[in-house]
Design a protein around this ligand. Structure first.
Ligand code: MLT
Length: 329
């Protein structure tokens, strides 16, 4: 649909896949992949819509939601909800549905890929071969086997990372304020639960898998890096703002820690002149951990199914607040 007048569903970002065609058959869908960049136009587009579908770039604020009288559902095509004001949606009775687990395997696999890329210097070795070099000793790396992995956050992704790392011979330690040491998850994973302070001091590889919130913003800053071993590396596939990037740059340059692999950044896209881009001990990817065909099809399918259910008066399956709209019908 080209024009947003009378759209049932507004899609403000690049959300694609087989499930989107199903949505088109049932509803009047208005999709503009760049709409998230123009909040006024977006507000206008959803003022009469019954559902809004986004990825992570649209800021679904209280103000935006308050102007959408007919809105029944917000569908977030992904797991992180830091760009959606879920409390405001709840106050307005709007269902927030999302995809809490559908991309977890892909993100966990990418996390392991980043660990290997960083510790085996794969991007640097690849680049040197393309430049006509054949350097072997210069690209001597480290094994994961026998190392200690510190997982911050044992949710859907952290648990998978822990399991894959154990299969590679790593010992896993973890911190998660929402779990107790005798919880089933911790026992099943046979990993040791400890404080962040202890984890940072003991881990050879620290991997972040916690949502972004007021509590986790800049959780890893210069104080945290000072706890880490000089030989340790940091992997972040969760949210960029959990790491203070300026402090990370210092820690990498000074040798306080040995390396970092980041899929997510404080600002996305990052400034092209970011100090992290010039360092030899970083591996950087553009927030693609969840971008596999399998994960994206599953994520979009889940969100389309829930938005369809809510608009048809049925209940959502993956929801952050409630299964059906309140006060509105
Ligand atoms: C997620 O939160 O699901 C991933 O980071 C990917 C995304 O933000 O879309």
């Amino acid at each position: 649909m080209r024009n947003n007048d009378a759209a049932d569903i507004v899609v403000a970002e690049d959300v694609t896949g087989p499930a989107m065609a199903e949505l088109d058959q049932q509803f009047a869908v208005y999709q503009d992949a760049t709409l998230w960049q123009r909040p006024d136009e977006l507000a206008d587009a959803i003022s009469t819509a019954r559902a809004l579908i986004v990825r992570n770039r649209t800021q679904v604020t209280a103000e935006l939601l308050q102007g959408a009288d007919q809105l029944l559902a917000v569908g977030r095509a992904g797991a992180g909800l830091d760009n959606v004001d879920v409390a405001a949606a709840s106050e307005l009775g709007v269902v927030v549905c999302y995809a809490p687990v559908q991309n977890a395997t892909s993100v966990a696999e990418h996390t392991i890929a980043l660990m290997l890329a960083l510790l085996r210097r794969i991007p640097q070795a690849d680049q040197s071969v393309r430049q006509g070099q054949w350097l072997r000793h210069e690209h001597t790396g480290h094994e994961l086997a026998g190392k200690t992995l510190g997982v911050i956050g044992l949710g859907n992704i952290g648990r998978r990372v822990a399991t894959y790392a154990q299969a590679l011979g790593m010992q896993v330690i973890a911190c998660d304020p929402y779990l107790s040491p005798d919880s089933e998850v911790v026992e099943q994973l046979s990993c040791e639960l400890m404080s962040l302070f202890d984890l940072l001091a003991q881990a050879d590889v620290v991997s972040v898998h916690t949502p972004l919130s007021v509590e986790t913003h800049h959780l890893l800053d210069c104080d945290a890096f000072q706890q880490m071993k000089n030989s340790a590396v940091l992997i972040n596939t969760s949210r960029g703002s959990i790491v203070n990037e300026a402090d990370l740059g210092e820690a990498l340059e000074s040798g306080q820690i040995a390396g970092a692999a980041l899929d997510v950044r404080e600002s996305e896209p990052p400034a092209p002149d970011s100090r992290l881009h010039t360092l030899g001990n970083t591996v950087l990817t553009p927030h693609i951990a969840a971008f596999t065909t399998e994960a994206q099809n599953a994520v979009v399918q889940a969100v389309v199914a829930d938005v369809t259910a809510v608009l048809n008066g049925e209940v959502a399956t993956n929801y952050a607040n409630f299964r059906r709209p309140r006060f509105r019908c």
